[in-house]
Structure formats: structure tokens, C-alpha cells
Design a protein around this ligand. Structure first.
Ligand code: FAD
Ligand code: SF4
Length: 471
């Protein structure tokens, strides 16, 4: 096939459940994946560039043209093997990575005014194909070296670190505060975007590699870092994430019915709160407002729709500045979510029983770009609107989990509460002579970031700790 013929193929469209149906089901995945024929045709669009921009856009450097070439040959096992050389969670990343800002943003097709190769859909396709064939091939591990390492937190950073250290031959134990493994992949991102069973397959792969998981264990409370050292763990990787919700500190945030997106999503995703008769209930409002414009806001508002609410996004800038993935914004709109942009909550009002009944919203306009490069929101003087609500979900960002930063003596902590590391992700101590073999990565170092960046940190820290422990 010539390059011209390849370039004439239209980019594939993801097969999706209809919006009418999907708001009736919280558990079924919206995106249904590509068929084999669709995947092979889409892979044929790749021009096998000499200097592939797509690879430069991938934070973990997947050999994208090589795996696409294998799909063209219908050699799916080889395609997934190539991906796994660089990425530990391909079925997850194929679903939730912001490819439109990474690999696909740098695909040569953009310069030709055409849609980029659907790299994310194809990554997902081969990962799903392998799982559905029941042919998951565990990676090769080195012989056990007799050294133990501990991981604090089981999100993507912790899982990626655990996988690589197990491959290097270490005995790896992951300590997780919650009763489920997976971090945000389980408690934050809903089933309709990332089914738990997909995450569980990846975790099973790590168990097969010999990784041990201890749930319901909060390091810094249940046991200390010193306890871990006393138990013979030669190195510790902190991957405790950024699970501390932020509020706006405005009047009425303590009313019944106002909660953080973390609480809302954790109750629904992890505690079965939406199911009748469950021990952990969740308020099912009829008029739900979700404050924020990121992925967490979209996940919350789409969950509220699925629980039967009329749901509104309230966001202080315009839609163009929203940090959420474009796909999530489009899906939310298709599902009937109302978008009230250029509005910002001033206060919440309640009834005599302390339940939220109204939100007072300041109307905003856009000013000059701020430090984030986005146009800043500026209040329009005297323009305030009132909205009737019975539930408010605040999704305006998160802060680093404070337990490890506050319990490990001498750990260098930034003003934002993140752990300070060197370029190799080794945690810094105020007194370097008291430094531990401790590395940190993911959201606890970056603040809120992405799954793929958390994973790449896990891998980088594993390589560095292995090098240090091998001296
Ligand atoms: P986490 O995933 O937060 O995992 C940290 C784990 O550590 C948690 O399980 C926590 O319980 C545990 N822990 C904390 N303290 C302790 C302790 N003291 N002892 C033991 N365990 C502890 N990113 C994307 O790329 N694409 C998306 O579509 C996307 N959607 C998102 C949707 C939501 C709702 C949220 C909240 C985030 C989303 N993100 C998305 C961001 C992404 O999920 C995070 O950047 C990523 O999960 C960070 O990984 P992590 O391993 O650093 O931390
Ligand atoms: Fe293929 Fe696009 Fe990467 Fe070029 S930039 S190798 S066309 S995916």
C-alpha cells in the first residue's frame, strides 16, 4: 500500500453505547473497543515515519510504529509484547491516557490537516485481544536476589514500580490503606470508563510475578516506616498519591449534601453505595451541581446522571480552558449534562435541617492568561445567579496525601505538600546524613497528574533503586 493510499483511509470511530442506553447503566463501559477488521485498517494509516513524532509524545516511549506494523500483519501477540516493553498497564492506558495531548498530538497527520492515527484505540485493542484470548504472557523475571522492598500505595505509580522490581528479582510487598488494590484506577475512575475487572487482570499479573499485596494497612498509622526498616525492607517507594480533597472555603460547604468528588466517587465505585441495602449509602440528589472542569468533575457528573439526577457542571472559565479530556466533555454532553461555564460558586444556602437547597453563583468573564497559560476568570461585578440544588459535588482539585510527609522525620516537603526528590526520584532529607533508601513518584511528587506519568515515575524509581541496592 502506498503512503497516499494509507493517508486516504478515514480515521476509525470508536464503537460506543448509545447515550440513551448508557445513562441507564453505571457498570457498562461506554467505549466498546474496535473490531479486528477496524483495528487492522486503522493501523494501515500509519506512515512509519523516520522520526516518529508519536514516540516523542509518549511519556514512556512506547515503540509506536513497530507495534502498529505488527497489527497490520495481524500479529497481535507481538504488538502487545512491544507495548509491554515500555508500559506495564496497556489496557488501562489505552482507555484513560490523554493521547490527544501526547502521542496522537504529535502524529504527522496533524501537520497534514488530518486526524492522527488512533494510537490509544489500537493500544487498547491489542491489550483486550490478549486478555480475551486468555494468553497473557507474564514477563520474564530475574532469579530472586533475597532483598525485600516495600511500596506505599497501590495506584499506577506503585504498581509500575512493583512490577519492575519483581522483574529485577526483589521480594516486593505493596501496602495499601484501602481494602482494594489500584488507587484512583479503582476508587476514582468509574466502571463506565475503566472496568475494575481490567485493573484486576493487571494486578493478577503482578501477583504471578510474586508481588505481595497487604490491604487495609496505612503506613504512618497501622505501622511506621521505621517498622518497615526493622522488618528488613531494604528500600521503600512512596506512591501515596494526591487523595486529599480541596474545598473552596466558602459559606455553606458544611451543609448536608455538599461533598468532595473523592468521597462521592469512592462511595459509589468502591463501597457499592449506589446499590440498595448497602452499608455505605450515598445521597442521590435530583438536582446535582458538580463544581470543576477536570476529569474528576466529568466522572462525578456522569455518575450523578447514571444515578438519576439532572446534573450540571459549574465551571469558572469557558469550555476551552477545561482540563478534562475532550472525549469526556463530549460524552457528558451527549448524556444530557448541562454546562454552566463562566460561573463560580459564592456560597451555598440550606434549609432548617441543614440540607443544601441553593447555590449562589458569581457570573465570570475571561481576563488575561494566568500562570497556567489559560485565560483567567474575572468576576462580572454585581452579576450573581441562584440555582436550586439538593447535592453539590466539589471537584476543584486535590492535594498530596499528608500521612507520609507528616510522619517520616526529616523528609523534605515542598510548600504544596509534595515530597521533594532528586532527578532519580530519590526522596530528599533535610539532613542528608539521615537519608533513607526512599524513593517517591506519581501524584505524591507531582501533585495531581496522570496515570502514565505516575507509571513512568514508578519505572524510573525502580531502575534507580535497583542501581543503588546493587552497588
Ligand atoms: P493514586 O492512584 O492516588 O494511588 C495512591 C494510593 O496510595 C491510594 O490507593 C491510597 O489509598 C494509597 N495510600 C495513600 N496513603 C497511604 C499510606 N499512608 N499507606 C498505604 N497506602 C496509602 N489520569 C489520566 O491519565 N487519565 C484519566 O482519565 C484520569 N481520570 C481521573 C479521574 C479521577 C476521578 C481522578 C481522581 C484522577 C484521574 N486521573 C486521570 C489522574 C490519575 O488517576 C492519577 O494521576 C494517578 O492515579 C496517580 O497515581 P498514583 O499511583 O500516584 O496515586
Ligand atoms: Fe505512524 Fe503517526 Fe507515529 Fe508517523 S507519527 S509513525 S504516522 S503514528
Amino acid at each position: 500500500m502506498t503512503a497516499k493510499e494509507r493517508a486516504q483511509i478515514e480515521r476509525v470511530k470508536m464503537n460506543e453505547l448509545t447515550p440513551e442506553y448508557r445513562v441507564t447503566t453505571r457498570l457498562e463501559e461506554v467505549a466498546q473497543g474496535l473490531t479486528k477488521e477496524q483495528a487492522v485498517l486503522e493501523s494501515q494509516r500509519c506512515l512509519n515515519c523516520k522520526n516518529p513524532g508519536c514516540m516523542q509524545g509518549c511519556p514512556v516511549g512506547i515503540h509506536i510504529p513497530d507495534f502498529l506494523a505488527q497489527i497490520q500483519q495481524e500479529n497481535f501477540a507481538e504488538a502487545i509484547r512491544i507495548i509491554k516493553e515500555s508500559s506495564t498497564l496497556p489496557a488501562v492506558c489505552g482507555r484513560v491516557c490523554p493521547q490527544e495531548k501526547q502521542c496522537e498530538a504529535q502524529c504527522i497527520y496533524n501537520k497534514m490537516q488530518k486526524k492522527p492515527v488512533a494510537i490509544g484505540y489500537l493500544e487498547r485493542f491489542v491489550a483486550d485481544y490478549e486478555r480475551e484470548q486468555g494468553e497473557i504472557v507474564p514477563p520474564q523475571a530475574a532469579p530472586r536476589n533475597g532483598k525485600k522492598v516495600a511500596v506505599i500505595g497501590s495506584g499506577p505509580a506503585g504498581l509500575a514500580f512493583a512490577g519492575d522490581m519483581a522483574k529485577f528479582g526483589y521480594d516486593v510487598t505493596v501496602f495499601e490503606a484501602l481494602h482494594e488494590i489500584g488507587g484512583v484506577l479503582k476508587y476514582g475512575i468509574p466502571e463506565f470508563r475503566l472496568p475494575n475487572k481490567i485493573v484486576d487482570v493487571e494486578i493478577d499479573g503482578l501477583r504471578k510475578l510474586g508481588v505481595t499485596f497487604l490491604t487495609d494497612t496505612i503506613v504512618g498509622k497501622t505501622l511506621s516506616v521505621e517498622d518497615l526498616q526493622a522488618e528488613g525492607f531494604a528500600g521503600i517507594f512512596v506512591a501515596s498519591g494526591a487523595g486529599l480533597p480541596r474545598f473552596m472555603n466558602i459559606p455553606g460547604e458544611n451543609l448536608i449534601g455538599v461533598m468532595s468528588s473523592n468521597e462521592y466517587l469512592t462511595r459509589v465505585n468502591l463501597m457499592g453505595a449506589a446499590e440498595a441495602g448497602n452499608d455505605t449509602p450515598v445521597l442521590k440528589g435530583k438536582h446535582v451541581v458538580v463544581v470543576g472542569g477536570g476529569n474528576t468533575a466529568m466522572d462525578s457528573v456522569r455518575t450523578a446522571r447514571r444515578l438519576g439526577a439532572e446534573a450540571t457542571i459549574v465551571y469558572r472559565r469557558s469550555e476551552d480552558e477545561m482540563p478534562a479530556r475532550r472525549e469526556e466533555i463530549e460524552h457528558a454532553k451527549e448524556e444530557g449534562v448541562r454546562f454552566l461555564t463562566l460561573h463560580n460558586p459564592l456560597e451555598y444556602l440550606g434549609d432548617e435541617k441543614g440540607r443544601v437547597t441553593q447555590a449562589r453563583l458569581q457570573v465570570m468573564t475571561l481576563g488575561e492568561p494566568d500562570a497556567s497559560g489559560r485565560r483567567s476568570p474575572v468576576p462580572v461585578e454585581g452579576k450573581v445567579e441562584t440555582l436550586d440544588v439538593d447535592e453539590v459535588i466539589v471537584a476543584i482539585g486535590v492535594s498530596p496525601n499528608p500521612i507520609i510527609p507528616s510522619t517520616v522525620k526529616g523528609l523534605d516537603i515542598s510548600r504544596k505538600g509534595t515530597i521533594v526528590t532528586d532527578d532519580n526520584l530519590r526522596a530528599q532529607f533535610t539532613d542528608p546524613t539521615k537519608a533513607k533508601v526512599m524513593y517517591a513518584g506519581g501524584d505524591i511528587v507531582r501533585g495531581g497528574a496522570t496515570v502514565i506519568l505516575a507509571m513512568s515515575d514508578g519505572r524510573k524509581a525502580a531502575a534507580a533503586m535497583h542501581e543503588q541496592l546493587s552497588r
